[in-house]
Design a protein around this ligand. Structure first.
Ligand SMILES: [Zn+2]
Length: 275
């Protein structure tokens, strides 16, 4: 098929209502299962010989995933690889249900926390969500490649939201699976436990060098305007850094003022008295 015909076909597909509620065909053999709050979206890639799931959503959403898979003619055991974008409960909750037959992969900094069931980071119990333990078979690094024959996924370690965040880039279709690193409109996620603003800044700057046609995030809508969204994300990260500086400058000034007033009126002296 010629390139122009392909793009017309793609546009027609994008304009058409979803054939099955809850499932969006993002590109040939690539589907999004819409996640309802608090669950993340789940993406399925039908490879030439093996099938991949990107994120699993929460444990309670497993029956929906099973139903959606069967609507695509797949069973749970037909999923050969589950790739987790990071260590949060809403992305990894149903991974244990796939583990008996699929290989599970995550960035090594996420894998460590998942295997140790680090509740301070995964938030399962804090959010009162079921957590079924599993281990991560493949501890991925930046640059790891998943070759499915018809699609190739390139792994980018993108710390910021958490330390173990990664994005998956499919260059043929120009798809960027961002998990919680970035959402449509250039919105960034919160800085969660283990994350930080400076790493976030580097991560979105790195993503901006890729040729992206669609941003496929873990929550919210798919974006087909990455050329607008990525610069916005960088701007947002920059402003966050600036805001942090302002906040601490104001905090220090307030503390100095408190000390000055306190000592002038003898507020603090009482506590320093030896009797
Ligand atoms: Zn998250």
């Amino acid at each position: 098929m010629r390139k122009k015909d392909q793009s017309v076909e793609r546009q027609a597909r994008a304009d058409a209502p979803p054939a099955t509620p809850g499932i969006i065909e993002v590109a040939p053999d690539i589907f999004q299962f819409r996640g309802e709050k608090p669950s993340s979206h789940v993406y399925v890639i039908r490879g030439q010989a093996k099938n991949v799931l990107i994120d699993t959503g929460v444990a309670a959403g497993f029956s929906d995933i099973k139903r959606h898979l069967s609507e695509l003619g797949l069973r749970v055991k037909d999923i050969n690889l589950v790739v987790l974008t990071h260590e949060h409960f809403d992305h990894i909750g149903a991974a244990a249900f796939f583990h008996p037959t699929a290989v599970v992969a995550a960035h090594r900094l996420a894998a460590n926390k998942v295997e140790l069931q680090d509740e301070f980071v995964t938030f399962h119990k804090y959010r009162d969500e079921l957590s079924k333990p599993f281990w991560v078979d493949i501890w991925m690094e930046d640059g790891s490649i998943v070759d499915l024959g018809n699609h190739t996924l390139y792994t980018l370690h993108t710390p910021g939201h958490t330390s173990g965040c990664m994005c998956l880039y499919e260059p043929e279709e120009g798809l960027l699976f961002t998990g919680d690193t970035m959402f449509a409109g250039g919105t960034l996620s919160e800085i969660s436990v283990g994350g930080n603003v400076s790493d976030y800044m580097n991560s979105v700057q790195r993503l901006s060098h890729l040729k992206v046609r669609k941003i496929c995030p873990g929550h919210g809508r798919i974006s087909d305007t990455p050329e607008e969204d990525l610069p916005k994300a960088i701007g947002y990260a920059q402003s966050l850094l600036g805001d942090c500086k302002m906040f601490f400058e104001a905090f220090i000034k307030t503390r100095q003022l408190q000390d000055k007033i306190g000592s002038a009126f003898g507020f603090w002296k009482e506590t320093q008295k030896p009797w």
